[in-house]
Design a protein around this ligand. Structure first.
Ligand code: AMP
Length: 281
């Protein structure tokens, strides 16, 4: 496994692979890897000749006052994990390598980026779209892997790839959870042991909603109320939003008429946790 820090070097390597007819999978990450990331890497290794994993804490997707400086990092551990998973290359650039030269171009997927997490994090998805479009142009992968844990991000990337004609297959991978049901996230390190139970209310409330939909409940408002009560039962949990949206365009829906995305963001202590489930299918 090789480590690349510059755009020119990773580009040259990928070009050589492609000249030899090899297929390339890309897994973009911010590092501090866990089994959720590993599931994406494994899928890429299984389905491509070569796998590139980017490890880059992208400053553009953090707003003022967010956790850019304290975001957990451990590149040594990430490297060992990626080597064991069979990744072929790690792209680990500096912020200057990616954003040097005073870029003036913005990539922003309208409508989908200003709802849900975009309301509390207005710069976030513009930063995500900027870095992912750069990675797509630098690596030119055949396939790119994203987790459905970040469902809004996944849908925004799918739309961006379509709008901008990226010739890349975007693949969404299921949410990987801890044994107790908490969705794995690098940010879970912010949770204190005594906050764990409140954090589990997200997955529990998704289960309640899923059952309601299975039992025929079609009112989004009723399901949302039940989800909110299940979360608010824990004093340490503070809801940012609970919405039920169209799974493709992320617009709110009132009545479930098919698969619908239940989307949650909840503050627990210093952590802002997100989770989601497709219900009513
Ligand atoms: P991050 O390093 O948090 O930017 O995540 C990098 C990629 O891993 C994104 O596509 C995430 O959606 C995905 N990912 C993070 N956590 C999980 C998880 N628990 N299950 C599946 N994918 C995940």
């Amino acid at each position: 496994m090789e480590i690349f820090e510059t755009v020119a070097e990773i580009r040259n390597t990928v070009k050589k692979w492609k000249k030899n007819g090899l297929t390339v999978g890309l897994v973009p990450t911010m590092g501090y890897l866990h089994e959720g990331h590993a599931s994406l890497v494994k899928e890429s290794v299984r389905n491509n000749d070569k796998t590139v994993v980017s490890v880059f804490v992208n400053p553009a997707q953090f707003g003022p006052g967010e956790d850019l400086a304290s975001y957990p990092r451990d590149f040594g551990r990430d490297k060992a994990m990626l080597e064991a998973l069979g990744a072929d290359a790690v792209f680990h650039p500096s912020a200057d390598e990616i954003y040097g030269g005073n870029p003036l171009t913005k990539v922003y997927v309208e409508e989908m980026s200003s709802v849900l997490c975009g309301k509390t994090r207005p710069v976030h998805f513009g930063g995500v779209a900027a870095v992912v479009s750069k990675l797509f142009n630098i690596i030119s992968p055949d396939k790119a892997y994203f987790g459905l844990k970040d469902y809004q991000q996944f849908r925004i990337i799918c739309k961006m790839a379509r709008d901008l004609n990226f010739d890349i297959e975007i693949i969404g991978m299921p949410i990987v959870r801890d044994k107790d049901g908490l969705a794995l996230s690098s940010r879970n390190v912010y949770l204190k042991p005594e906050e764990r139970e409140a954090a589990l209310s997200l997955n529990k409330s998704l289960g309640i909603a899923e059952k309601m939909a299975e039992n025929g409940e079609r009112s989004a408002a009723k399901i949302i109320n039940a989800v909110k009560s299940a979360i608010e039962a824990y004093a340490a949990a503070k809801i940012d939003y609970v919405n039920i949206v169209d799974p493709e365009n992320l617009k709110d829906i009132d009545t479930l008429t098919g698969p619908s995305a239940l989307m949650l963001a909840v503050y627990v202590g210093n952590a802002r946790l997100i989770d989601n489930r497709i219900i009513g299918s």
